[in-house]
Ligand binder design. Structure first.
Ligand code: HMG
Length: 376
């Protein structure tokens, strides 16, 4: 049975900060951010937008492609940006999408790796329940303290995809190379909004895990490098993915995989899949029947290399024009606005837009209040 991704979409904030602006403000040569790190812009989030509102927007796009949303039996919300240690962020999404009550909903966490864990779990579930569909969401907003080396790699986005049998976008293959090791390279204690990290250790462990995972993948699959046509990497910043690609694969299409990431920034659990959408939308050739390698790395750490085959006619499900429009329609903010938004505060005289039709009105009695916007 062929199982994999049937439709996929992403969403991000309406606002961005140019890294040229940040470089000027921090007195850093812009070339360091643009060439050295490989990033041009980063998504910045207003207080009315969070991991739930962008997740709903991404999920609405994939659900609009389904004949019957009642086929969704499981919703998995992969995130490391949870604002509640008990209630699943997925329940808000389930509510606003009006999914059936007979549906399992839960969050999954392991840094940037969790959406891949969700995908592999969903695949096993579909083996036993071939008519079922699983909605997976990866949604994260990442913050580092101002003036740290991580600051230009901030960002955020949500990806949503439906896992089914006979998928139209990607058939997941049965073998994967996995590597789990206890490393303190990146972590966010529950009382902090900003992530803490050891940048050099994280980059070292990312590349070491890649070697180990790929080696295990070759052994399990009996494939060789020539069997992989394109590779998508988790991209905390573009240069990390370029280094990984140069180390083992040297795929020229690495540039196409990084187009969206370079203007969004690190989107953690969504990042690998946004690189995949970027490849699908921007690669010139028809990539039907090609094998795509995927490398996921979640600090802490768990890493996995797996692969999938692109089915015939995959192009019919893509929404390239709207993806490009969503990114090009974003609003650039000044450094003063970035500093205000960093603290997640509404302020006088400013009305913030949402990317989709759900907004976060505020927090009352420690409860998040979401509303559907009236003109939608
Ligand atoms: P840094 O230490 O400020 O940068 O931050 P650097 O001094 O190492 O310079 C970066 C690159 O820019 C270097 O190139 C410089 O040569 C170059 P490289 O040696 O790497 O090839 N450079 C220039 N290039 C052109 N013109 C110039 C110029 N100046 C310098 N003028 C660091 C880099 C990655 C450490 C930082 O961004 C950081 O700490 N980021 C946060 C952690 C991170 O993203 N780690 C990545 C792996 S871990 C991961 O992927 C998991 C994660 O997503 C979290 C999760 O799983 O949840 C983070």
């Amino acid at each position: 049975m062929k199982i994999g991704i049937d439709s996929i979409a992403f969403s991000t904030s309406r606002y961005f900060l140019s890294l040229e602006t940040l470089a000027k403000h921090r007195n850093v040569n812009y070339e360091k951010y643009n060439v050295g790190i490989g990033q041009a812009k980063m998504s910045v989030f207003p207080p009315n937008e969070d991991i739930v509102t962008i997740a709903i927007d991404a999920a609405q796009k994939v659900i609009s492609q389904m004949d019957d949303k009642n086929d969704i039996d499981i919703l998995i919300f992969a995130t490391e940006s949870a604002f509640d240690l008990s209630k699943s962020a997925g329940i808000y999404v389930h509510h606003f999408l009006k999914l059936k009550e007979d549906c399992r909903v839960f969050d999954l966490k392991q840094a940037c790796y969790s959406a891949v864990a969700a995908l592999q779990l969903a695949k096993s579930y579909i083996v036993d329940n071939p008519n079922s569909k699983v909605l997976i969401i990866g949604s994260d907003i990442i913050k580092y303290s101002p003036n740290t080396s991580g600051e230009p790699t901030q960002g955020g986005a949500a990806v949503a995809f439906i896992v089914t049998q006979n998928p139209r976008i990607l058939e997941i293959e049965p073998y994967a190379g996995i590597h789990t090791v206890d490393v303190m390279d990146f972590w966010r204690p529950s009382h902090l909004d900003e992530a803490l990290f050891d940048g050099k250790l994280s980059a070292y462990n990312y590349l070491k895990s890649l070697d180990i995972c790929v080696d295990r993948y070759w052994k399990k699959s009996n494939l060789a490098i020539s069997a992989i046509d394109h590779v998508c990497f988790h991209a905390p910043f573009g240069k990390m993915a370029q280094k990984a690609n140069n180390k083992l694969f040297r795929c020229p299409s690495i540039n196409e995989t990084l187009i969206y990431n370079s203007v969004i920034g690190n989107s953690c659990s969504a990042s690998l899949f946004i690189c995949f959408i970027s490849l699908l939308d921007n690669v010139k050739d028809d990539i039907s029947h090609k094998r795509i390698g995927f490398f996921s790395y979640g600090s802490g750490s768990v890493a996995e290399f797996f692969s999938g085959i692109i089915p015939e006619n995959y192009g019919q499900t893509l929404d390239t024009r709207n993806n490009l429009k969503m990114l090009s329609d974003r609003i650039e903010i000044a450094i003063s606005e970035y500093e205000l938004l960093y603290n997640n505060k509404f302020h006088d005289g400013y009305h913030y837009e949402n990317v989709g039709n759900i907004t976060m009105l505020g927090i009352n009695n420690n409860q998040r209040i979401y509303r559907r916007l009236q003109n939608n």
